[in-house]
Every structure is written in C-alpha cells, then in structure tokens.
Design a protein around this ligand. Sequence first.
Ligand SMILES: Cc1cc2nc3c(=O)[nH]c(=O)nc-3n(C[C@H](O)[C@H](O)[C@H](O)COP(=O)(O)O)c2cc1C
Length: 347
Amino acid sequence: MPAARTTPVVLETPVIPGTAVRLVIGGVDFTARAPVALAPMAGVTDGSYRLIAKEMGCALVYTEMISDNALIYGNERTERMLRISNGERPIAVQLFGNDPKTMACAAKLIEELASPEIIDINMGCPTLKIVKNREGAALMRNVPLARDIVASVVSAVNVPVTVKMRSGWSGELANAVELAQAVESAGASLVAVHGRTRDQFYSGRADWNIIKDVRDAVSIPVIGNGDIRSPEDAKRMLAETGCDMVMIGRGALGNPWLIRDVVTFLSTGTQTPPPTYEERMTLALRHLEMLIQLVGEQRAVLKMRKHAAWYVRGIPGAATARNYINSAKTGDEMASAIRVAFSGELC
Ligand SMILES: Cc1cc2nc3c(=O)[nH]c(=O)nc-3n(C[C@H](O)[C@H](O)[C@H](O)COP(=O)(O)O)c2cc1C
C-alpha cells in the first residue's frame, strides 16, 4: 500500500463549466486561475521558457524530463535542471526511469534540491533510446511496473506525485484508462493524458475521446493534452472531455502568446490581438538574455537557434532570417540576427 498523501487534492464541479475548476493540488489552489499548463518539452522548457510561460499567465509549468540515474549519479547538468526560481512556481518536476527504488531515491533528491509543488513521472516519451530501456511510454506496456513505480515514489516523498501518459502504446493497446486507474490506486494525485499512442509519436491527430474516457474513469484531476493550437481548441477540449486543465505543447513554440490568448479567452471570452513584430523581437531578445544567464553564452546561442527560428516563423524573409540565426556564434551575432529578422529588411 502506498503511504497516505500528505497534501490535499480537492476537485469539485467547475465554477464556470469548461473554464475554471475547483482544483487544489499540493496545497496550491488553481481555482482562480485559467486551467492552462505548459507541456514538458525536452530541450525547450528550461527555466527561461518556463518564466516566459508564467508571465503569459500559465497556471502550471513542467520541467524537461530528468533521468533518475543521472540525478543519483550526481550529473552536474542534471542537477542544474533543478534550479527553479520563485517566478516559475507552482511547478512540476518530471522524472523518468524504470525502477521503483531508483525512482524513489531520485524523487527524494528532487524534493530536497528543488522543493517542487509536484513530482511528475514520464510514461509517455516515445523515443527509441528511452523505450528500449523500458522507460517513458514503455511503461504503458507494463502496468504492474508503472503502478509499483508510482507507489514507491508516493511513499518516498511528501509532495503530490502525478503521471503523464499517452493514450496507449499502439492502436491495439490504447490502455490509458487502465493505466490511469492503476496509478490512481497507487496514490497518483493527477494524470495528464496526451491523446496519441507511442506508435504515432507526434503525427496524426490527438484522440481527445480517450481523455474523456480517462476523465470518466478516475476521480483524480485529469489534464488533457494534444493539438491545442488556438483558444477555441482549449475551450473545446475542456468542454468535450471534461478535463480539469489543458496542456499546451508545440503550439507555444516561438509563440508563448498562445498561452496568454488561451488564458484570456477562458477567463473573459475575449480574443487578444496577435503580438506585433516589435513584441516578438523584444521577447526573443529577452529569451536570449535569459538563456545566457542560465547556461552561458555558448550553449545559449546553440539553444536559441531553434527558438529564434520558431519566433520568426511566418514573417517575410523567414528563410533568410534562419540562415543568419543558424550561423550566429555569439550572443551579439544572435541578437543582431533576431533584430534583422524583424526589421523588415529581409522581405
Ligand atoms: C520537443 C519536444 C519535447 C518533448 N519532451 C517531453 C518531455 O520531456 N516529457 C514529456 O512528458 N513529454 C514531452 N513531449 C511531449 C509534450 O509534452 C506533449 O505531450 C506533446 O507535444 C503533445 O502536445 P501538443 O500537441 O500540444 O504538442 C515533448 C514534445 C516535444 C515536441
């Protein structure tokens, strides 16, 4: 039996159906917030991006996934992933692994080093390197092990433990409902469901029906995830699935304003005008500065290449802008590539 949860989870009927929920998790009351979470994205959702998401009104952010073994072996870069500033809270730190004992040990380290509001377990990563190691989405094929991992982590820490999963391993094994029930019984406080199977990776359309099926089958809160690209999508997912919060992933790449737009739409029903080029340039430059502070100039420039390419998407001359961005080697070169991109000179 897992240890009793020490932090309350309260879930009641939505205050305004489909827009706000009575959701308290880990002592954090999300009731007054628009129910919008930023998806964990490896290589993307570091401290800089999480802060930007919070500034856009995001209720909950997740770290990139963190390896249990890398943490236990004291990997410096992994430990740096646990540096969390107050502005990012409430935050879920996401952990991946395949062994109940090492997962519990790593979760304790996370609790000591970062005191997150939530520890999340990755049961959705589809990449071969991860699933070959029986981690990530491979846990969907091994429900007893998934349950043991959750029970073990729940016993080890005092913060709520949650799980992010896919709709299943494959079309034939779309067992999110079974897995959600199993991890609920092991003490999980919330599940996030990405409506694609592991076989689909990121292609095809997310199946929101399975999010509804999970919502109907468990009594813990459910976060719905997959293909939210507009405020209307978010509202529709809340209404169609009954999920308690929506989670935005790729739609926010280079466009964190999507978070702001969804939050505004869910809170007030109004649409927000898109950001101007000036706003896009200013945020991209700030993002670069934040990354330099976080990981140093050299790594920041490399990381910023993909972000900058996303920020300039859709502007006239974007292809030329990407050439400048990809050849930038210093912070100054990257900053001027961003300025030039938005200057109108590349049309
Ligand atoms: C670049 C990238 C990295 C990702 N890394 C993670 C991760 O570390 N942990 C995780 O649970 N999901 C990860 N995901 C999956 C997303 O959290 C999300 O489930 C998926 O993108 C579907 O949502 P979307 O349709 O809004 O993009 C990643 C997705 C992308 C595109």
